[in-house]
Design a protein. Sequence first.
Length: 430
Amino acid sequence: LQFSLKRKSYLQWKQLLVCVKDNFVAVSSQNKFQAKVPVSKMEVDQVGTKTETETKEAEIIKKPESTPMDTSAEGEVDPLKPQNVATSETKAAEVATTKISKEESKEESKKELSEESKEKSTEESKEESKIESKEKPKEEIKEKSKEESKESSTPNPKRLRIQADAQKKKVVYYHHDELSIFEHGRSHPRKPFRAKLAHALIFGLGIYSEFLEPLRPRLVSMTDFGQFHSDNYISILRFVQEYMNPVVKERAWLTCSPTIAVSEDLDTWEKIAGTLKRFNLGLGADSVNSAMPGLLDYCRMYTTGTMGCVNSLMSGDADIAINWYGGMTHAKSSSAFGGCYVNDVVLAILLLLRKYKNVLVVSLDGEHCDGVEEAFYASDQVMTVSFHANPENGMFPGTGYVDDIGVNEGAGYAINVPLNDGTNDRSLLS
């Protein structure tokens, strides 16, 4: 200022102050504009480079005070001209920076929008995946429930097979409640009550009403027994049924003593006991073939079931027939044996031979079917196949050796398979 006061006039000094003032306003406005521009790495670099150039230009503008000026009147420089040039350059720089900032802001907004859209898309995809993952187990559960409902609606394959077999084959089933009240003896292995338990199980499972047809045949007569059993044996069975009064029957069967009633003669009871022994019958509950109360009725009931099954097979009313109370294969033609009084199997075979030429009998109860084999031992119309305990080991009834194959025309029609204890499928086939 001292230098300018000395060398410049008042008007020149005034113009210089105005020029300095304009420069100050331009610089301050430029700073304000820069503050408004959004900051980013690219923008900071661009703005920094521009501000550096502008600051250099501003320094050049401010430096005229220190730079020597021409003192000649003709070569005097107007101080306003460089200042006007500086202001125009700053304004151009400002416009350029505003354009660049706008373009960058647009690009950034586009980038932000694209990033936001990407984030939204990723979030939506995640949400959709979550929803799908949630819906999938629901769908799987629904499918499983549908499959279970279908499975529940569709019966078991085994049950279908049983139903199909039942539809193809008719099964008849014989049961009589009164048969279960009879008792061979307290220690006797044969117990008709077990057949009633089997019937209760079948009835409880619904098989009786769904797959089986109840059989109600007519009661057999004494003439039916006479086809195999002797007349004397049938008369003894009738005697046991009719002669023994209720008191005598009950006491004789339980006390195992022939001296039962005081009014009866001892010699009479001894004669009765001797006669029963001839037919392998005994008095008392401990006898294997005890003359139990209602013996004839018992024989007629279980034989009725077997004969009714055969009649239904022969007539075509059934393909399979079941009688749990039958199978008295040990009874002989003139005697009882092994707890069997009337051989219902032999009577059934004789009935089948009226229609068929040959009959096959298979016994699987573990005891030799000695009564059936003996009845047809010389016949070629009936083949008996028996799987039973080995008689060499002292098993009941002590018959059924491998060498027992039949005689005369029946040679080779009796097949016996004695089995040792512990025999299984592998040892049997080997």
